[in-house]
Structure formats: structure tokens, C-alpha cells
Design a protein around this ligand. Structure first.
Ligand SMILES: Nc1ncnc2c1ncn2[C@@H]1O[C@H](COP(=O)(O)OP(=O)(O)OP(=O)(O)O)[C@@H](O)[C@H]1O
Length: 616
């Protein structure tokens, strides 16, 4: 299912994806994502420094607050130099620390968000660059929704980590360790007592909370299931009625609703338990520590273990801090897990082998000029996603430069596949394809594809203007070139009639243009590209005769002086080609000119011709 790509908060977008266990191996794998932070290590270090400072000021707050209470209860505060501080000065100190903390936190957020924004931009850039370079079979094996969620939600998860989770993790650990150090310094006896009672209770509360979340998720899932039933049933209400299954559907819905109620009640049982646990357990823990602390305060001054009121105050605040960080760490564990999962998935894609496009000239043949001599030598092929089906077998033919050849045959015979292999969208299973005498595998893919133009069966345009769509054949083309291409593609007439001319928006995938207009834009695009080799996949959807004439005229213009491979569905359009290959079941079953083939008694071509004639 495609996820919403616009939400970049990343909070629960990846909640339903698998989370890896945190261990050495998963950490090692995932931490490679940090290579994207390296360019911004300066900013990262400053952010880290500010984080340390802000955590230090946080942790010193309870200590100074305790001192303030001590001074108020007659226990003077002397600095190492002998200077004695009064209430006002201590309060001012407390305020100063708070202001500093505010400044440090601001800086920390500013630097960390910069690092996270830049890093995330770089990761998205790298992912996108990788996506467009991955071979076609990758897209047949992975759903587009799943792929796009890598670049949206997984990256958002990482962004969250770099800007928040990482800092939060550090802060919590710092507070936990620092807090414990401080309370031990204040009173080790009370610390021991507190550590034995309070953190276990907080931890139990955390686990309780997690259980509740799991149960709540079950309720959501059950509810989603009931909604699916409603949707399914209403969408195919005709079938429900035709099969007289109304009562069956009602029973199915009821059963599902009852499951929701059962799950919800169980979840709420835990929720209720949680509330009373927090009241009794958590507050009970605090009371225990308070009680123990009060008895220590009550001890006469000078007796071992005696505690000042201010120190008890610091102690209690530290206890709250420690409790909060124990609870926070539990929460963070889940986030770290999600981040590890997200970065593993991202790295997996980055590690995929791309197509060998844009190679160094030394690696792939870069022809300055392609003449367009094509030779298929005993080509065999199976789609990587369906390796058990031999789609093509022993395809062997030659097209001299500038010749036109048509592939005809029944639907599913393998015509488009033969043409597609020239572009090297898939590796061959056997045989080889030569262009100008060189194996296509020896070419730099980009250099080779630059010389091949395709006019597909269904032209999908990009959502921009007509100008942008034509210029796609030659980025940076001048207006004069675009107009000339449009003219030669019989498209200029209709473009001119639009009030906005070339700037007319074509709508999503070109829906604002008619089928024939879309095709002529695609032809103009191919004319602008000016390739030596052309692959024309004839449109199956019928155009009206006027439109067809215009498209055919445009195609004739396009095919001039180019080697053309025409996948023909209507035999009437291919009489002029140099050779016709009849494909059936992945093999060439007949080859020859129109005249030769149409006179062959009992031949497939002659049969197809008769069929089309009868239909017409
Ligand atoms: N991407 C793919 N993955 C797996 N199998 C495929 C893929 N594309 C096509 N096929 C299969 O390969 C065979 C040949 O398909 P191809 O599209 O080449 O036929 P075609 O002759 O062009 O048909 P049509 O005239 O209907 O366009 C078919 O059986 C088809 O199911």
C-alpha cells in the first residue's frame, strides 16, 4: 500500500514495518548511514558540544535549587573562595543557569536540524539517483508504493533521529548517569533506597504502557478489518444481492464487530489497571523515598546520614529526573529500533547494483555516430520475474541501416519484448544483439540509448507543458527546434490553436490531450531526439480516420532515414516496410515482404491479413 508521501514527521509512518533487534550486527549495518553526516561533521560537533552544555545546565538545576532551600533554612552556601552567597544571589545563579540552558538548547536544535535537513536531503538525492538507475526488473519485483515509502517515510524516520532521537538519547543517558552521581553525592544511603524502589516501578510502568499500545493496535487492526468488509460488500453490492448473500454479509460484519469489542475491552482493562498502577505504584514509590528522606532530615544535625531540607529537595527533583529518563529510554528504544530498520532498508537500496549507464568511456563503447545496422543472433529470453517461461527463442534477423522492419503476430507473441531488448532493459538469456557490428553489451548504455527513439503504444506525458514534453527528447532545445519538431509531427496545427500554445498544460500524464494529440507530441519528441534507430509500438486503441492519417503522416516523416522497428497491430499500415517478421509463441515463424507473405497459402500472415480484412 502506498503511504502518504507528504508527512515528514515520521512519527508512526513506519510503525507497521519490521523492526530489527538491536544488536552489534544490526548496529554495524545501520550505522553506515552516518556516512551521510560526515560532510556536516563540523556542525554536528558544535551541536554535540551544545547538547553537553545544555544537559549539564539541566542537571545542575536541582542542585542549585536545593542550595537555595538550604540557604533559606539557615544553612549558608560558601563558594570555594570563601564567598558566602545569600538567597538573592543563589536565586540569580539559578536564573542564569536557566537562561544558559535556553541558549544552549536553541543552539543545539539549530545545529542538529541543519545537520538533519542537509543529511536527509543528501540521502533522498542518493536514493532517487539510485532509483532511476536501477534496472527495469527491480521495478517489476518491488511495488512502487513500497519503493516510494523508502524515500518518504524511511527517510523521515532518519530525519527524526538526527534532529531529535539522537539528542534525546544522549540527554536521557546523561541525566540518568549524572542524576545518579548527584544523588549519591547528596546521600548514598537514601540513593540506595531510592534506586531499589523507584526505577523498577518506572520500568514496570513503561512495560505496562507498551502492552497497552500493542493492544490498542490490535483494536485498530480489527476495526480496519470491519471497514474492509463494509467497503468490499458495498463495492460489489450487485454480487451480494445476486448471490442472495445479504444475511451472510451481515453475520460476517457482526462477527468482526464482536472481535473489535473483545479487543477494545481487553485493551481498556489494561488501561484501567495502568491508571491505578500509576497512582499507587508510582506515587507510592515517591512517598517511600519521601518518607525515608524525611526520617534522615529528622536525624539531629551531626549524626551520620543527616540530610538538610534543601538536599532532600534536590534529591526529590533528581529522583523525578531519573524516573523520567528511565521511562524516556524505554520509549527511545522503540524509536532507535525503527531508525535502524529504516536505515537498513535505505542502505539495502543504495547497495543495489545499478544499470551500467553513464560509464567511463574506457568501460563502454561510446559511439559518436550510430548507423543503425541491427543484428539479432539466436536471441533467447526469459523475464527475470518469470524465469520458467521462455518468452523468446532463437530470434535471428538482420536490419541494414535505414531499413524498416515490422513485427507482427498474435497478442503475447513477444513483439514488444523483441523491441525492448534492443534498449537492454533486460539481460538476454541467450544469443546476442549487435548494433553496427558491436554487441550491445559492450556499449555504454546511455550512449547507446541516446541513439534509439521509442514511440510507445500508450503515450504517457509528464504533467508539465507541451513545450516541456517535446523538449524531453532533447533537454535545452530552442523554441525554434521545438516548433520545427512539432510541425514535422503534424502537431503544430493543434498546438497553435490552443490559446497558450506551447505553454498549454497537458494535465496529469497528458489527460487534457486526445489520444492522437498525445501521440503526435510523442512523435515530435522523438523527432527532436533525432535517433538513428526507431522503435514504434503502434497504438492498438483506434483513432478516428482523420487523426490516424495525421499520426501516420507524422510517423512516416519520423521514420525517414532511420532504421525502424515497427510493432504493428494493423497490417494495413505496414505494406511499405522492407521486411515483415511474423512472430508466434516467441519464435519467428515467417519472414518476407508483404507480397511474399500474403501469397503464402496457409501462412500465419496470410491468415491474419484475411482476418483483419473480414473484420474491416
Ligand atoms: N515485464 C514482464 N514480465 C514478465 N512477463 C512478461 C513481461 N512483459 C511481457 N511478458 C510476457 O511475455 C510474453 C510476450 O509479451 P509481449 O508484450 O512481448 O507480447 P506482444 O507480442 O508485444 O503482445 P501485444 O501485441 O499484446 O502487445 C507474454 O506472454 C507476456 O505475458
Amino acid at each position: 500500500m502506498a503511504r502518504s508521501g507528504l508527512n515528514t514527521s515520521g512519527s508512526d509512518l513506519t510503525a507497521d514495518l519490521p523492526k530489527p533487534k538491536i544488536n552489534k550486527a544490526s548496529l554495524q549495518r545501520s550505522l553506515r548511514i552516518f556516512r551521510f553526516v560526515l560532510p556536516y561533521r563540523g556542525k554536528f560537533t558544535v551541536g554535540m558540544g551544545l547538547l553537553v552544555l545544555s544537559s549539564l545546565s539541566t542537571i545542575s538545576f536541582p542542585w542549585i535549587a536545593g542550595k537555595l532551600v538550604n540557604v533559606a533554612t539557615g544553612e549558608p552556601l560558601r563558594l570555594p573562595g570563601g564567598l558566602e552567597l545569600d538567597i538573592n544571589r543563589v536565586a540569580l545563579g539559578l536564573f542564569l543557569v536557566t537562561v544558559l540552558q535556553g541558549i544552549f538548547s536553541f543552539g543545539r536544535i539549530w545545529f542538529f536540524t541543519q545537520v538533519s535537513e542537509f543529511t536527509v536531503r543528501d540521502i533522498r538525492e542518493a536514493l532517487y539517483a539510485k532509483f532511476v538507475q536501477l534496472p527495469i526488473p527491480y521495478f517489476e519485483q518491488n511495488r512502487v508504493g513500497a519503493i516510494t515509502s523508502r524515500i518518504t517515510s524511511d527517510v523521515a524516520q532518519i530525519q527524526d533521529s538526527f534532529s531529535l532521537t539522537l539528542a534525546e538519547l544522549f540527554r536521557q543517558v546523561f541525566t540518568l548517569v549524572g542524576g545518579i552521581a548527584f544523588i549519591v553525592a547528596v546521600s548514598w544511603k537514601l540513593s540506595l533506597f531510592m534506586l531499589l524502589t523507584f526505577p523498577p516501578i518506572v520500568l514496570a510502568a513503561g512495560l505496562f504502557g507498551r502492552k497497552i499500545r500493542t493492544l490498542a493496535r490490535t483494536v485498530q487492526q480489527e476495526l480496519a478489518h470491519t471497514n474492509t468488509i463494509v467497503e468490499e460488500t458495498l463495492q460489489s453490492i450487485n454480487s451480494v444481492k445476486a448471490f442472495t448473500n445479504e444475511q451472510f454479509e451481515v453475520r460476517r460484519y457482526n462477527a468482526s464487530l464482536n472481535k473489535v469489542v473483545r479487543a477494545a475491552l481487553q485493551s481498556n482493562l489494561f488501561r484501567g489497571g495502568f491508571v491505578s498502577f500509576v497512582i499507587i505504584g508510582l506515587f507510592g514509590g515517591i512517598i517511600l523515598v519521601l518518607w525515608r528522606g524525611a526520617t534522615l532530615v529528622h536525624l539531629p544535625k551531626g549524626t551520620p546520614g543527616h540530610l538538610e531540607v534543601g538536599d532532600l529537595t534536590s534529591f526529590i527533583i533528581y529522583t523525578a529526573f531519573i524516573g523520567a529518563s528511565v521511562a524516556g529510554l524505554g520509549e527511545l528504544y522503540g524509536k532507535v529500533q525503527s531508525t535502524l530498520g529504516a536505515s537498513e532498508r535505505i542502505l539495502e537500496i543504495l547497495d543495489e547494483t545499478p544499470e551500467p549507464t553513464h560509464q567511463q568511456p574506457a568501460l563502454g563503447l561510446v559511439p559518436a555516430q550510430v548507423l543503425g545496422d541491427i543484428r539479432y543472433e539466436h536471441v533467447a529470453f526469459r523475464y527475470p520475474t518469470r524465469p520458467d517461461v521462455a518468452v523468446l527463442q532463437d530470434i535471428d534477423f538482420h536490419i541494414a541501416a535505414g531499413e524498416k522492419i515490422a513485427l507482427v503476430g498474435p497478442s503475447g507473441a513477444g513483439k514488444s519484448t523483441i523491441a525492448g531488448l534492443l534498449m537492454q532493459f533486460y539481460p538476454l538469456s541467450g544469443g546476442r544483439i549487435l548494433v553496427d557490428g558491436h554487441d550491445v553489451a559492450d556499449y555504454d548504455l546511455t550512449a547507446l540509448r541516446a541513439h534509439i527513439g521509442i514511440v510507445p503504444q500508450e503515450t504517457l506525458l509528464f504533467g508539465g507543458t507541451i513545450r516541456e514534453n517535446i523538449a524531453y527528447g532533447k533537454p535545452g532545445a530552442s523554441d525554434a527546434e521545438i516548433v520545427e519538431a512539432a510541425r514535422r509531427a503534424n502537431a503544430w496545427q493543434f498546438i497553435q490553436n490552443f490559446p497558450e500554445g506551447l505553454d498549454t498544460l497537458v494535465g496529469d500524464r497528458g489527460i487534457k490531450l486526445s489520444g492522437g494529440q498525445r501521440q503526435r507530441v510523442a512523435i515530435a519528441r522523438a523527432i527532436l531526439k533525432n535517433p538513428a534507430i526507431l522503435i514504434l509500438d503502434e497504438a492498438t486503441s483506434s483513432l478516428d480516420s482523420e487523426s490516424e492519417k495525421l499520426v501516420q503522416g507524422a510517423l512516416d516523416e519520423l521514420m525517414q532515414h532511420r532504421t525502424s522497428l515497427i510493432i504493428a497491430h494493423r497490417l494495413s499500415t505496414i505494406r511499405k516496410v522492407d521486411k515483415i517478421l511474423v512472430i508466434d509463441g516467441g519464435r519467428i515463424v515467417e519472414a518476407g515482404s508483404h507480397e511474399e507473405l500474403s501469397e503464402r497459402e496457409g501462412g500465419l500472415y496470410a491468415n491474419l491479413l484475411r482476418l483483419q480484412f473480414e473484420l474491416a
